[in-house]
Write a protein that binds this ligand. Structure first.
Ligand SMILES: [Ca+2]
Length: 298
């Protein structure tokens, strides 16, 4: 029997739509979801959106914590909230409060939760980061055990020049993670960009066939489309998918530095000060996009 994965999701849900889809994908898998932590800027509101999605999925048992919303150092931090769809009235309801509601958006509760679970599970804990890595960097300062977790991250770009949002938003946090955590799998932007959806594929996500959760997904996707006028790309769902189906992607292993060659960029390096990272390199686009959409929609 396949061993069940112990998982924490650390997410900046509420801006790009793909975090919602990654969460829904995880909820369809056989996994021990220990908890979910929100990352970046207005983490309290983001945590409320998480609570709402989990409630509609009948998963009120999953603990939700607001993370620490202020990046350690990031080029893009303007001190402004950039959430698009979190300002629904219902998110103010008490039932959608994170456990550490009293901390607002500088929630060390989320950081402590990661540190505590790392102490408990060590290398038997998988941590999925699909946003800036502030919480994990702070958790590393709280517990040495965080060095031993298996970190799967959507972030960085490794086969082309240029920066990537999750690294840019908290470059310092990414540096701390890349130089301390031994077991990192990175699903970078140059790979996730391949998962841009066709209009037919997008329409599957906009079509609410089933229950309240299905309708909420369709509402979120429509709200995001109205706001962004962009094509959906499955950045975060691909990282989530890789946890359960690692055989579906090919990987290469290199040491990776952050911000050394140029600001906020991830670069392959020989410098021993940096940890080795397993980097996703390729996958069967059509097959995996279909599998992801089937999981989320069916
Ligand atoms: Ca994200």
């Amino acid at each position: 029997m396949k061993k069940q994965i112990n998982l924490i999701i650390d997410t900046d849900i509420g801006d790009d739509i793909d975090d919602v889809l990654a969460l829904l994908l995880v909820l369809k898998e056989d996994v021990n979801l220990l908890g979910v932590v929100s990352a970046y800027q207005n983490t309290n509101l983001r945590a409320r959106q998480l609570k709402k999605a989990l409630h509609l999925a009948h998963r009120d048992d999953v603990p939700v914590y607001a993370g620490y919303g202020k990046p350690l150092y990031g080029h893009h931090f303007q001190g402004v909230d950039v959430t698009f769809d979190q300002y629904e009235k219902t998110l103010e309801e008490r039932q959608y409060s994170p456990i550490n509601d009293h901390e607002g958006s500088l929630g060390m509760g989320g950081v402590n939760f990661i540190a505590e679970q790392a102490k408990k599970y060590k290398n038997d804990l998988t941590l999925l980061t699909i946003g800036p890595m502030t919480n994990v960097a702070l958790a590393l300062k709280k517990s040495e055990s965080v060095k031993d977790v298996h970190l799967i991250m959507m972030g960085g770009r490794f086969f082309s020049k240029g920066s990537e949002w999750n690294i840019e938003c908290d470059e310092e946090a990414a540096k701390i993670c890349f130089s301390n955590i031994h077991d990192i799998t990175a699903i970078g932007l140059d790979v996730t960009n391949e998962t841009a959806l066709t209009p037919e594929e997008e329409s599957r996500l906009l079509d609410p066939k089933g229950d309240e959760l299905d309708q909420y997904r369709a509402w979120c996707v429509q709200a995001w489309k109205n706001f962004s006028h962009r094509t959906m790309v499955l950045h975060d769902p691909l990282a989530a998918y890789s946890i359960f189906h690692p055989e579906s992607l090919t990987f290469v292993t290199h040491r990776v530095s952050v911000g050394i060659e140029s600001p906020s960029e991830t670069s392959i390096t020989n410098n021993q000060a940096w940890s080795e990272v397993k980097i996703a390199q390729s996958f069967n686009k059509e097959k995996i996009v279909k599998n992801i959409l089937d999981k989320i929609c069916d």
